[in-house]
Design a protein around this ligand. Structure first.
Ligand code: HEM
Length: 198
């Protein structure tokens, strides 16, 4: 199989960050406030802090499931391939759609609903193996996957600890051709220390 080049790196992280700002996350500030309280002013985050952001990992997963910028990957068949009775001839280009699987109700209940709690072990919902592949898999698994998750988590940590925001306008979620908010989710931002005397 041959890999088609796709744009990866930081720009692919940014739309995911935007999605992680949904209101569901705002109601779960606690783990970030705990980390902030135990650190002195200006102290850098450490690996153990990142590892203690358990719910944030659920938010990151759900963000990548619903709104990953990479909808799938291209491959070219090097030989005739049989898939469920269909033959894909040698030399054809194939697009393996992650998005098609990530938004499939068969694998994710209410697949179009942003529900980070579905990733919690005790949520009662099975966490499907091999169907959640925002970073690809196998030999070409994204080498930046942990860095991307750290970037998202650290950004969200500082954002939710320092700022508060409200939607500036009614907005609407659309799923075609990609998941996005129609008006780019305009918000009014305020510093939290000014709001709460933090
Ligand atoms: C949310 C952020 C990211 C997503 C969703 C993502 C997704 C992916 C996916 C799906 C692939 C596999 C492509 C394929 O199989 O054809 C890939 C490959 C790759 N990614 Fe990422 N990526 C992200 C962030 C990053 C970052 C931060 C870096 C580096 C700092 C990075 C570096 C790479 C490289 C070098 C490859 C090619 C690996 C190879 O071909 O062996 N990615 N990425």
């Amino acid at each position: 199989m041959v890999i088609a080049p796709i744009p990866v790196d930081l720009p692919s992280t940014l739309p995911a960050i935007k999605w992680g700002l949904r209101k569901y996350f705002l109601s779960n500030l606690e783990e970030h406030e705990q980390i902030r309280r135990k650190k002195s002013e200006g102290a850098a985050l450490e690996w153990s802090d990142y590892k203690s952001m358990a719910f944030t990992q659920c938010v990151v997963n759900e963000t990548l499931r619903i709104a990953n910028i990479i909808g799938g990957i291209f491959r070219r068949t090097m030989t005739d391939i049989n898939v469920k009775g269909y033959t894909i001839p040698k030399g054809w280009k194939v697009f393996a759609s992650f998005r098609g699987v990530h938004l499939d109700h068969e694998y994710f209940k209410d697949a179009r609903t942003f529900n980070p709690w579905r990733w919690q072990n005790n949520s009662g919902a099975p966490c499907p193996a091999n169907v959640f592949t925002p970073f690809g898999g196998g030999q070409r698994l994204c080498p930046g996957y942990e860095l991307a998750r750290v970037e998202l988590s650290v950004f969200l940590h500082h954002l939710v600890n320092r700022f508060s925001w409200t939607p500036a306008e009614e907005d609407k979620l659309v799923f075609f051709p990609t998941t996005r908010t129609q008006k780019r989710y305009p918000i009014n931002v305020q510093r939290r220390d000014r709001l709460q005397g933090m």
